[in-house]
Design a protein around this ligand. Sequence first.
Ligand code: NAD
Ligand code: DAU
Length: 349
Amino acid sequence: MKLWIVTGGCGFIGSNFIRYMIQTGSVRIVNLDKLTYAGNLDSLADVSKHPNYVFIKGDIGDRALVTSLLKKYRPDGIINFAAESHVDRSIDRPDDFIHTNILGTFELLEAIRSYWSELDIKDNFRFLHVSTDEVYGSLGNEGYFTENTPYAPNSPYSASKAAADHLVRAYHKTYNLPTLTTKCSNNYGPFQFPEKLIPLIILNALDHKLLPIYGDGQNIRNWLYVLEHCEAIKIVIERGQLGETYNVGGKQEKSNLEVVNNVCELLDEMSPRVDGRSYRQQIAFVKDRPGHDRRYGIDYSKIKTQLGWESQETFESGLRKTVQWYLDNREWCQRVIDGSYQRQRHGLT
Ligand code: NAD
Ligand code: DAU
């Protein structure tokens, strides 16, 4: 059976990916996660005792630790999800973004470079770096990001991801490291931290709070249900061509106002307000995000043509499942809202 090291596996996409892979029964997973505010052990409670799963608390920037894990587990692959991921936090305080996304990726690459050079049989080892369409910058009404679109990051977050992407590229070109990079659009689905638009709107609505929409609400994002991203990552690490980048995205572009209205409609149906009025009345237009990218639109024809992956989920069905998940998992939500999910990492629960 193969063994993969997954970094950042206690976050939103990483935890969905680990669950998805453990369920296939085809791989053992070692999850290396620093447990920042975004890392939540509750999100993997159901797989935590699985014989094919190991959790290690640690930093991708700790080269000695990563080296020891590589020597101990001799993985067939590494998937790097670990990052600071929230644009607004990067605007308020970029420091952690530089440390983890740039320096952390550098230390990880250095540990892998040593491991790689000592490997006798190199054929099957692969390193997949999970990146974002935000490195391409912002689009107007027309056009799409392709893998050849020049980099033009606009936030400290996307600039730090861009720097990491360049390091990964350079380690392939210079040291022949067997790397792959994916650049995905906005994910949504279960276990997403409620600082991101969709879970924030769901939980604020249910808590009778305002639903903040930045600027005029006409910024456009391409939305992908998280499990489809997980599926694409599995395909790329197993069958992608080394040194290549693959764009990953959904079929639906939506303005933020449309997304918020869609969430309100679903909640009106699935969990109506006691006064019978629509959740829409909680919408509030607020000050815009500085440097706010206007539109992301992704061309995913390369992964479709070369690896046969394409999104199947509609935004309507994916959003319905997501709203249902947040309604069904109020304890997970409550522990995030009151901060008690963080106590486990200190051994307090
Ligand atoms: P997240 O913020 O939910 O989770 C990040 C995880 O990384 C957390 O568990 C955190 O504890 C861990 N982590 C942070 N710093 C670390 C470090 N130094 N060492 C080890 N672990 C560390 O993020 P996410 O939304 O799941 O995103 C995962 C990856 O996918 C990121 O690289 C992000 O840039 C990328 N991405 C995200 C989206 C999206 O819509 N969420 C879209 C495209 C790409
Ligand atoms: O495109 C991929 C990226 O998608 C990932 O690389 C990032 O890690 C991920 O966070 C996401 O970035 P965004 O900035 O697009 O996601 P966010 O959920 O923060 O915001 C989505 C849109 O909604 C964006 O246009 C800003 C807007 N927004 C966001 C929040 C939190 C609001 O209008 N109100 C809000 O309260």
